[in-house]
Design a protein around this ligand. Structure first.
Ligand SMILES: Nc1ncnc2c1ncn2[C@@H]1O[C@H](COP(=O)(O)OP(=O)(O)O)[C@@H](O)[C@H]1O
Ligand SMILES: [Mg+2]
Length: 222
C-alpha cells in the first residue's frame, strides 16, 4: 500500500526569529527553517519585512555556495509560509567539535582556523556580511577531512563597508571567547589566514582594532 502519511517534521530548534525542523524531502532528510510573524507588527508591513528576510537568507546562502563556499543547498523557498527548505548537513557544529576535542592540538587548530578563514574571506570579498558569526553557525561535515559549512544567514546583508566586515569578525571573537576558554591563539590563527586568503582582508583587520577599542570602552563604562 502506498504511504499516504504526511512526512513527520521534528523540531530541532525554536529560536527568537525562526523554528528549525528536520523533514524528509524527496526521500532525503532536509531542514525546514520557518521564520515566524511578529504579531505586534502591522500585518502588511510584517509580511513585507518577513519575506524580505527570507529572500535575503536564501539568496546569500545560494550566492556563497556558487562562489565555492560550502553552505546547505537551498531546495525550495516558500514565501507565503516564510519557509526555506534546504539540505540537511550530516555533521556537527564547530562549537560541539571544539568542546569535544578541547584542547585542540596546534596542527588541528591551524587547519580548522584556515578553513574558517577561507570561507569568511570569500564571503566578505563578495560583500556579504554574515551578521551572526558564532561557532554554532558553522558546521563540519561528517567524514575524513571534513569541509566547513557556514549556516544561518538569517541576519546576513550585503555591504561593501570595511566596518561591517570588521564587526562580523568581532562578533566571532566575542562568541569564541564566551563559549570556549583559551581561544586567543585560535582566533589569531583565523585572522592570519584571513589576511593571507582574502583580497580585502588587510583593511578589515586594521578596522577590527578600532572596533575592539570601542568594544573595550563600552565594557569599561557600561
Ligand atoms: N542545514 C542544516 N543542516 C543541519 N543542521 C542545521 C541546518 N540548519 C540549521 N541546523 C541546526 O539548527 C540550528 C538552528 O538553525 P539556524 O539556522 O542557526 O537558526 P537560528 O537563527 O535559530 O539560530 C543550528 O544551530 C543547527 O544546529
Ligand atoms: Mg543559528
Amino acid at each position: 500500500m502506498p504511504d499516504t502519511q504526511p512526512p513527520v517534521a521534528t523540531l530541532i530548534k525554536q529560536g527568537a526569529e525562526a523554528r528549525v525542523y528536520t523533514i524528509p524531502f524527496a526521500g532525503r532528510p532536509a531542514i525546514v527553517k520557518e521564520r515566524f510573524r511578529k504579531a505586534y507588527r502591522h500585518p502588511t508591513l510584517d509580511e513585507k519585512l518577513t519575506s524580505r528576510r527570507v529572500v535575503q537568507e536564501a539568496r546569500c546562502l545560494h550566492r556563497i555556495r556558487r562562489a565555492g563556499v560550502d553552505t546547505p543547498t537551498v531546495y525550495l523557498v516558500d514565501l507565503k509560509a516564510s519557509t526555506i527548505y534546504m539540505e540537511f548537513i550530516d555533521g556537527i557544529s564547530v562549537r560541539d567539535h571544539i568542546l569535544a576535542t578541547s584542547p585542540l592540538n596546534h596542527q588541528h587548530e591551524r587547519e580548522l582556523a584556515t578553513k574558517i578563514a577561507k570561507s569568511l574571506g570569500v564571503m566578505h570579498d563578495m560583500d556579504i556580511v554574515h551578521g551572526d558569526l558564532t561557532t554554532s553557525n558553522m558546521m563540519m561535515r561528517a567524514g575524513d577531512n571534513p569541509s566547513l559549512v557556514l549556516i544561518d544567514f538569517g541576519l546576513s546583508f550585503v555591504s561593501t563597508l570595511v566596518e561591517d566586515k570588521a564587526v562580523d569578525l568581532y562578533v566571532l571573537e566575542r562568541a569564541l571567547s564566551s563559549t570556549h576558554p583559551d581561544t586567543d591563539s585560535f582566533f589569531q590563527a583565523i585572522l592570519n589566514a584571513y589576511a593571507k586568503n582574502s583580497k580585502g582582508g588587510k583593511p578589515v583587520l586594521k578596522k577590527l582594532e578600532d572596533v575592539r577599542r570601542r568594544g573595550r570602552k563600552r565594557t569599561a563604562f557600561g
